[in-house]
Design a protein around this ligand. Structure first.
Ligand code: HEC
Length: 87
């Protein structure tokens, strides 16, 4: 699993509308891998990005479609795949 192939499409579809480079809400931009990584510690389930996207987190509601599956994808990408950029 990797950012370019699996996560970027989700972030672009569900998150970048608020977290873009120009005026990012929460001062967090998600337009590039480097920006996304500001809330990620590879391998750490307590990373802000993981905490906020799980079902009890404040950003979970913004996932479109299958929220549980997307939340799980984010978590596994950070924890099991060390948030790798591409494969
Ligand atoms: C409607 C606007 C909006 C959307 C869409 C949105 N967010 Fe947010 N996000 C915010 C706001 C506002 C904050 C700051 C306040 C807060 O934390 O609730 C924030 C904060 C965050 C933070 C914390 C940043 C930090 O370093 O403190 C993360 C991580 C985050 N969002 C991830 C996401 C993800 C992932 C998505 C897509 C699933 C997403 N957001 C979609 C508005 C949005």
């Amino acid at each position: 699993m990797s950012y370019e192939q699996d996560l970027k499409p989700i972030f672009n579809g569900d998150c970048v509308s608020c977290h873009s480079t120009s005026r990012p809400q929460g001062r967090y931009s998600m337009s590039t891998y480097a920006q996304v990584m500001a809330a990620v510690q590879p391998g750490n389930a307590r990373s802000t990005l993981v905490v906020t996207t799980q079902s009890n987190g404040s950003m979970y509601r913004y996932f479109s479609g299958n929220r549980a599956a997307k939340a799980d994808l984010v978590k596994r990408w950070v924890v099991n795949f060390n948030a790798q950029q591409s494969r």
